[in-house]
Structures are given as structure tokens and as C-alpha cells.
Write a protein that binds this ligand. Structure first.
Ligand code: NI
Length: 173
């Protein structure tokens, strides 16, 4: 099968709950900031602002997108753990990737943010039981309820997905 450059690790697999998969997701959430450190290591300014594919985001936008996305995700977890099936707030990720705090900001600022954020998120996640992960939130754009288990699978995949877009497409100097 020909590989789609947009999906270097494939699409997210929404598998049933297992302790083993849960541990794998937690490891991936914990490892993401270090993986991003590695991904941008030795990229020069030109590479940081060159899209990884035609029409795609630049490494700079990808890194800031991960901070935007995972800040929202962390808040969604907190809401779902403290309220009964909260309705979450969607946002326009494409527009968020084009605001000034992205265009004119070093990637290291968001990687530092992700180091701190993922430390808190991972701490929270390690405390969750299978029952906690069956709690739900409502996504008004997709018009469906989602469990925190599904959210965990999505975001463990999401970080690796974007980091790999950077890792696979730039020659390091
Ligand atoms: Ni994304």
C-alpha cells in the first residue's frame, strides 16, 4: 500500500480498552515532548518555516498546533472528569495555526509548554481507572458522545502523528 505522507503512522485505531493499550498510550503521552525535542533538533530556520508537504503545515506550525490542541485536550479531560457529559468547545485549528503567536514564536516556547502540560496530563492520566475512562463528553461539531478512552487513543496517536510528519521529511544538518 502506498504511504500517504499526511498519515506517516496511519490513522488512529480506536481499539477496545485493554490495560496494555492504556499503558502504551500513557507512555506515548509522556514521551511526546522529548520526541519533539528530537524532531526539531538541528532543523534550521528555513526548514522550520517550510511546509512538510505542499499545502501542509510547517514544523513551526505543527509544534504550536500540538500545544494548542493538547491544551484543549487537557481541559476536555478535566471537564469530563468533573462534570456530567460536558459539551466541549470546538475550535478552528487551521485559523489557530495562523495567528501571530504561532507565526512569530520560536518552536521551543511551545515545546517547553508541552513538557509542562504533558507532565500534568500524564499525572492525571495515571490516576484514571477503567471506569473513569468510560466517562463521556459531547462533541457538538461531530454530534456524538465520546469516552475518555477514545480521547486517550486519539491524543496518544495525535502527538506521534505530527512529530513523525516532521521527523520523516527533513534532512538534518
Ligand atoms: Ni493535529
Amino acid at each position: 500500500m502506498e504511504q500517504d505522507i499526511r498519515y506517516p503512522i496511519g490513522r488512529v485505531q480506536l481499539v477496545e480498552y485493554s490495560d496494555e493499550q492504556r499503558l502504551r498510550c500513557l507512555q506515548e503521552i509522556q514521551a511526546l515532548p522529548d520526541l519533539l525535542d528530537y524532531a526539531v533538533q538541528n532543523l534550521d530556520e528555513v526548514q522550520l518555516h517550510t511546509p512538510y508537504r505542499e499545502g501542509g503545515w510547517t514544523p513551526n506550525q505543527i509544534v504550536h498546533h500540538l500545544a494548542d490542541s493538547h491544551m484543549n485536550a487537557f481541559i476536555r479531560f478535566k471537564l469530563a472528569l468533573t462534570e456530567e457529559q460536558p459539551t466541549i468547545k470546538p475550535y478552528d485549528e487551521k485559523q489557530w495555526a495562523n495567528t501571530i503567536d504561532v507565526a512569530d514564536m520560536p518552536v521551543n516556547v511551545s515545546i517547553t509548554l508541552l513538557h509542562a502540560l504533558h507532565r500534568r496530563w500524564h499525572k492525571l492520566l495515571t490516576s484514571l481507572t477503567k471506569e473513569d475512562l468510560s466517562r463521556t463528553l459531547y462533541h457538538p461539531e461531530q454530534q456524538r458522545t465520546m469516552t475518555l478512552w477514545t480521547m486517550l487513543l486519539i491524543y496518544a496517536w495525535h502527538g506521534k502523528h505530527h512529530a513523525t510528519q516532521i521527523i520523516n521529511n527533513y534532512e538534518k544538518h
